[in-house]
Design a protein. Structure first.
Length: 263
């Protein structure tokens, strides 16, 4: 029996990005998520980068109509609006203008996506977001080539005030050995705050969060597994700020625990 959880990263809105291609696929994804234990999912269509045409209003409208279809189909799942945002220099301004969505549309957490091939320092961006009352959550660093080459960059992001989201499939081998190795390293180092599905469909990129939760429990412990799959994601959905373990507040205050963690 899997525990109820919230998924903060999935591409379930039909026909808006490279996720669900139509309503039928969205409903299949919703049914799969519910069966796996999800009660809430935050829909995160890509915004910016190659998806500059995806607007906040289109995401909100797509989520509203999807929720209607999910209810009509008798599936017990709530979908909330959000976005998987490609990092661009204009991002803080676009967030301020409301053109880019925060997770659950709560104005607290922003899901950040780096280009897959490179890592660049996020300190300036995270500080700018923090000034706007926002916390950046970096999605799947374990799949980024630049970060795979320098795993300590994950700790740099956390030290700068960012939170880390590992993708479920990385922990279960769906993205190959390098991603799995780094995902496991992050979990063992407790440099992870969320595990999310990043589901795009029900076959190639499925949910699998209950299996990932089991993997975290084996690699670390059940407490961390519950924290990253259940407790922290639920806070994001409710608009409650998630603070990294040992950090008392916003960026810059975490050096003590960081030194202990990596020393
Ligand atoms: Fe994504």
């Amino acid at each position: 029996m899997s525990a109820a959880y919230t998924d903060i990263h999935c591409h379930i809105v039909p026909g808006i990005d490279d996720g669900a291609s139509d309503l039928e696929e969205s409903l299949a994804m919703a049914a799969a998520a519910s069966l796996d234990g999800a009660t809430t999912v935050i829909a995160t269509p890509h915004q910016l980068g190659g998806n500059a045409h995806v607007t906040a209003s289109a995401i909100r409208a797509g989520v509203a109509s999807l929720n209607g279809a999910i209810a009509a189909a008798g599936i017990e799942l709530e979908v909330l609006p959000g976005a998987d945002v490609r990092i661009e220099p204009e991002l803080p301004k676009l967030l301020r203008r409301g053109e880019v969505l925060t997770l659950a549309d709560r104005g607290k957490h922003v899901l950040l996506e780096l280009p897959h091939e490179v890592y660049f320092p996020l300190e300036t961006l995270l500080a700018a977001l923090s000034k706007q009352g926002l916390t950046g959550i970096l999605s799947h660093p374990e799949r980024n080539r630049g970060m795979q080459a320098r795993p300590e960059t994950v700790a740099e992001v956390v030290r700068a005030g960012g939170l880390i989201q590992i993708t479920a499939g990385s922990l279960t081998g769906g993205f190959g050995g390098s991603a799995r190795k780094m995902a496991e390293w992050c979990v063992r180092k407790r440099l992870v705050h969320f595990v999310a599905s990043d589901a795009h469909d029900t076959s190639r990129r499925p949910f699998g969060l209950s299996a990932a939760r089991d993997a975290v429990a084996v690699l670390a412990d059940a407490e961390l597994a519950d924290l990253v799959v259940c407790e922290n994601p639920a806070k994001v959905a409710e608009g409650v700020e998630v603070v990294a373990a040992g950090r008392s507040g916003r960026p810059g205050s975490g050096r003590g625990w960081f030194a202990r963690l990596t020393g």
